[in-house]
Design a protein around this ligand. Structure first.
Ligand code: GLP
Length: 243
């Protein structure tokens, strides 16, 4: 766990992500990046873009997998995570569109789409480094409290707190936030070879204290970080204030 001012946090997290991607490229000639959405990783993605421009990572060797995707938005909706990733990540780190995959919410068969997504991740050789944020209720991706640690990609219902938290991306209108999503499961996330979680602000302090110092329990999905052999957590002082 690293606690540094927010401006530095993105660079430290980018160090960890870059090193993991470089290791994978050295070993296998390519690397797989696990992509989180939300406000938390924005500076990290910008910092990662600087590393790519500096030649530290070759974006053409990267493949990206989203953590989750809303169900119920029309294809191409500005707040669908596939579109968010275009704006927030691909603008900085020029991953080709075909090299970025998320769970497909438009197939009409969510169970089959979830399985296909697990298979796509496996076919890519698994995720080398997974970027993570944390929900105010301790969720990871859209694994809400109570999600089993052995869960895989599946259809989930969003917690009321999550919909309220995310209403800011839908013009403040909670009723516009989808009620369901396809999300990687906790076991899917834990299978990444390395995890890098970034968080800032006092609103995340309680969830982080529970995740990092509380019991490993499904009441706080992010407590799975305690079980992972290579997990880096980069926090600003406000987010770390209850540790
Ligand atoms: C969202 C996403 C998560 C994200 C979290 C925090 O609902 N599904 O992957 O980590 O909530 O979001 P933010 O970083 O905007 O606070």
């Amino acid at each position: 766990v690293l606690v540094v001012p927010e401006e530095q946090a993105a660079h430290l997290a980018a160090d960890a992500v870059t090193a993991a991607l470089q290791r994978a490229v050295a070993e296998r000639g390519r690397a797989v990046l696990g992509i989180a959405t939300g406000g938390s990783p924005l500076r990290l993605y910008r910092a990662l873009g600087e590393r790519v421009r500096a030649g530290e990572v070759d974006a053409s060797l990267l493949q990206g997998f989203l953590l989750d995707e809303y169900v119920g938005l029309p294809a191409g909706h500005a707040e669908s995570y596939r579109e968010v990733v275009r704006r927030d990540l691909q603008v900085h780190v020029p991953l080709a569109d075909h090299a970025v995959l998320g769970p497909d919410p438009h197939t009409g068969d969510h169970a089959a789409a979830a399985l296909a997504y697990e298979e796509a991740i496996a076919a890519a050789g698994g995720v080398d480094v997974q970027v993570l944020g944390i929900g105010g209720n301790g969720h990871l991706a859209f694994n809400e409290p109570g999600s089993p640690f052995d869960s895989r990609t599946r259809l989930v219902e969003l917690a009321p707190r999550t919909r309220e938290d995310n209403a800011r991306y839908f013009g403040g209108d909670v009723s516009a936030v989808p009620v369901a999503a396809l999300t990687q499961g906790l076991a899917t996330i834990a299978a990444a070879r390395e995890l890098v979680l970034v968080a800032s602000g006092a609103a995340k302090a309680q969830a982080l204290a529970a995740a990092l110092e509380g019991p490993v329990d499904v009441a706080c999905p992010a407590s799975l970080l305690q079980l992972h052999p290579r997990a880096t957590v980069v926090l600003d002082p406000a987010a770390a204030s209850l540790l």
